[in-house]
Design a protein around this ligand. Structure first.
Ligand code: NAP
Ligand code: G4F
Length: 362
């Protein structure tokens, strides 16, 4: 039985990857951080599985990483842990560098110091943010990097230190240069999930308006559940190589809004420009989307579009298993149910005394 170690197992990708590897018959180990509140929502359903194990550790703490790696002695490591929010990286640049840059070095060194350099394969969660202020459209494995945020600069170190260890020590370590991938498990402050949740709340009368930043920003959005398969394929390849993982399709934040609101039954019309642009509900004339300077970044990446030809050709990966329209629908359907449950819970709480009195709830 192969052993895999996943850092960032509580995150969006970590949770899907853990499910994927358990299905493949792996013994799955994950690194988690101690927290004062429960944050294991995405992996709660896996706890208790005989081949699912959790270990405390932190990517900013070399000893904890060395201890986990030398105890588990994995065949494969998926280093997904990161401060992954680009806008937040402007507020916590040093922490972002510590985890997203030096953290990668800590994982590589832990493997070397544990005597696993010839047996353990390492996947590094790299990112399309490396292309940043893009120098070519679409972007492929040969496109020059131009990182454009503290997050991207830190991830660039991660990319190069992986390449360095591959060449210097002949280690099987690779980066997946993944373009944005989303899902019903996406963190609620990333733009797609912020939109699908707000659309569901507005449709169900729980929110009036959604405030966003740059509506013209362009992204290549895929489905996270499809992308974790690629992480695994990269480590099953004959040679350690880096791959661009993307759908090859590009859409704007505005288009994402239009589709998500359409899926909840609201047809949007955008009027105005720049900071004055608004999304109007055509049926009621109400403004449901406004632009706020709070969600603009000091430097923003606005034209990401990936070319997944190498992954298609060499890994046999299908980049459009889930279409853009299907992805938006999956997220919207999930959030419509989530909001409906929240409303039901609120209703019960408000009327609890009456329900108890009438014996509706015993
Ligand atoms: P995510 O949902 O934000 O998950 C990040 C994970 O990293 C969480 O499990 C988090 O743990 C963990 N983490 C953060 N700081 C840590 C530390 N100091 N020590 C140990 N664990 C730490 O991110 P994601 O969307 O799944 O992305 C996974 C990886 O892919 C990240 O490296 C991200 O930068 C990269 N990436 C993502 C995308 C995308 O579109 N999703 C695209 C390209 C690259 P807590 O739960 O304790 O916070
Ligand atoms: O959803 P986002 O926050 O994702 P971003 O910055 O592209 O980063 C994500 O994808 C990267 C891969 O390219 C990962 F490496 C990274 O870890 C993360 O998963 O923002 C997408 C775009 C940006 O241009 C942003 O300016 O949407 C624009 N945007 C407009 N309004 C907004 C908002 N972003 C957020 N988060 N919130 C807004 O209100």
């Amino acid at each position: 039985m192969k052993k895999a170690l996943i850092t960032g197992i509580t995150g969006q990708d970590g949770s899907y990857l853990a499910e994927f590897l358990l299905e493949k018959g792996y013994d799955v180990h994950g690194v988690i951080r101690r927290s004062s509140v429960d944050y294991r929502e995405r992996i709660a359903h896996l706890e208790g599985h005989p081949h699912f194990h959790l270990h405390y550790g932190d990517l900013s703490d070399s000893m904890s990483i060395l201890s986990v790696v030398s105890t588990v002695r994995p065949d494969e490591i998926y280093n997904l842990a990161a401060q992954s929010h680009v806008q937040v990286s402007f507020d916590v640049p040093e922490f972002t560098a510590d985890v997203d840059a030096t953290g990668v070095l800590r994982v590589l060194e832990a493997v070397r110091l544990s005597g696993l350099k010839d047996t353990c394969r390492i996947y590094q969660a790299s990112t399309s943010e490396l292309y940043g202020k893009v120098e070519e459209v679409p972007q492929n494995e040969n496109t020059p990097f131009h990182p454009y945020s503290p997050y991207a600069v830190a991830k660039q170190y991660g990319f190069w230190i992986v390449k360095e260890y591959r060449e210097a020590y002949n280690m099987f370590c690779c980066s997946g240069i993944l373009f944005n991938h989303e899902s019903e498990r996406r963190g609620e402050t990333f733009v797609t999930r912020k939109i699908t949740l707000a659309a569901a709340r507005i449709a169900q009368g729980k929110q009036d308006k959604l405030y966003l930043g740059n509506l013209s920003s362009l992204r290549d959005w895929g489905y996270a559940r499809d992308y974790v398969e690629c992480m695994w394929l990269i480590l099953q390849n004959d040679k350690p190589e880096d791959f661009v993982i993307a759908t090859g399709e590009q859409h704007s934040v505005r288009e994402f809004c239009q589709l998500a609101f359409h899926d909840v039954g609201i047809e949007l019309e955008f009027v105005g420009e720049g900071m004055n642009e608004k999304g109007i509900d055509k049926a009621t004339g109400k403004t449901v989307i406004e632009v706020s300077p709070d969600f603009y970044r000091p430097t923003d990446v606005v034209n990401l579009w990936g070319d997944p030809s190498k992954a298609k050709r060499e890994l046999g990966w299908n980049p459009t298993k889930t279409t853009f329209e299907q992805l938006v629908k999956i997220m919207v359907d999930h959030d419509m149910k989530k909001v409906a449950v929240e409303r039901a819970e609120e209703h019960i709480k408000t009327n609890l005394a009456e329900y108890l009195e009438k014996g509706v709830i015993k």
